[in-house]
Design a protein around this ligand. Structure first.
Ligand code: ADP
Ligand code: TRP
Length: 320
């Protein structure tokens, strides 16, 4: 079983990325052969500066390795190291209807938020379909917001297979319902684009400040509170054991426990949770030769796999 996922190097990683995508991908390392890549071509759709892009690519590589990617189990690489993916994108573009892409929520959302779309943003799902299909992926672990992109991938694959024969494996998304959408400090989906993130590897003081800024209702210290309607609790439970969750629920319901206390408890638990990863990250930053070697080895494996698929695709469409 081939598991594949990608992450854009579009900024510092936050705990929404961690629970929505990194942790499931890292855990799945043990279930099958995992391919994980840094989607640097996708992030070009937002026109980063060259220096920013370079820095973020390496930043994401280091952060993922620090959080537990094991290069013995996972093929870890950069999307742009495999140019066959862009070649496949063109071929798939030619059998993908404009209407299918116009229905993509993430495209429509971005436009609704005032983005002036470039063609890359519009055909973003086709590049994503190529990522998934070129490596014959079965399972694609992503957050809920990416579900439709995997559905579009299935449409594209089925249409291609209908026209040219059984070339592509039909993939399925794997979504963790309980952590499907991690809320940000303002209660909306945590996202780099909404400026409401809590970083995994942020500076201690900055993280504390962000945790302290999480919005809550205006109930006073003594009032009983509903944990299920509270962002602080929603984040706390991601880090806590069953027992800690029950204890916290009781504190909320019995009153005399303020949102300030809850925020302190959240800060403490998340700071402790990421402590070993911070240590590993420090070590990696002092050994960039190792990080680059992991990416080069990953690219070599991915390249071989992509070549096999491209040969089949080119034969099917008449380019070979
Ligand atoms: P952002 O919204 O911050 O730009 P990305 O779009 O780069 O994040 O998302 C990278 C991965 O992390 C995707 O698989 C996405 O589904 C997941 N992800 C991002 N934000 C969240 C969130 N708040 N909750 C759950 N998963 C998320
Ligand atoms: N679009 C995904 C995101 O923004 C990243 C991505 C690109 C991806 N290609 C992929 C995820 C293929 C899974 C599979 O999060």
């Amino acid at each position: 079983m081939r598991i594949l996922s990608g992450i854009q190097p579009s900024g510092t990683l936050h705990i929404g990325n961690y629970f929505g995508m990194m942790k499931p991908a890292i855990e799945l390392q043990n279930d099958g052969e995992t391919f994980l890549f840094i989607a640097d071509l996708h992030s070009l759709t937002t026109l980063p500066t060259p220096d920013d892009l370079r820095e973020r690519i390496i930043g994401v590589a280091v952060d993922f390795l620090a959080c537990g990617i094991d290069p013995e189990k996972t093929v870890f690489f950069r999307q742009s190291d495999i140019p066959q993916v862009t070649e496949l994108t063109w071929i798939l573009n030619c059998s993908t209807s404009v209407g299918l892409l116009e229905r993509a929520h993430s495209y429509k959302d971005k436009i609704a938020h005032g983005f002036i779309p470039n063609n890359g943003l519009f055909s973003y799902p086709v590049l994503m379909a190529s990522d998934i299909l070129i490596y014959n992926s079965n399972i694609v672990p992503v957050g809920k917001d990416q579900k439709q992109h995997v559905e579009i991938t299935r449409d594209i694959a089925l249409r291609f297979n209908n026209a040219y024969g059984e070339i592509f494996t039909i993939p399925e998304e794997r979504i963790r319902e309980t952590v499907a959408i991690v809320p940000g400090t303002d209660g909306q989906k945590m996202s780099k684009s909404y400026n409401n993130t809590i970083e995994i590897f942020g500076d201690e003081k900055a993280i504390k400040k962000k945790v302290m800024s999480i919005v809550s209702d205006s109930k006073g210290l003594d009032d009983p509170k509903d944990p299920d309607k509270c962002n602080i609790f929603a984040l706390y439970r991601l880090f806590a054991s069953e027992e800690q969750i029950k204890e916290m629920e009781n504190k909320y319901r019995s009153g005399g426990f303020g949102y300030g206390h809850a925020k302190m408890a959240l800060f403490d638990i998340l700071h402790e949770y990421f402590a070993p990863y911070r240590q590993r990250r420090k070590e990696l930053l002092n050994d960039m030769g190792y990080v680059n070697k992991v990416l080069a080895d990953g690219a070599e494996k991915a390249w071989n796999e992509a070549e096999l698929t491209m040969k089949k695709v080119k034969e099917a469409v008449g380019l070979l």
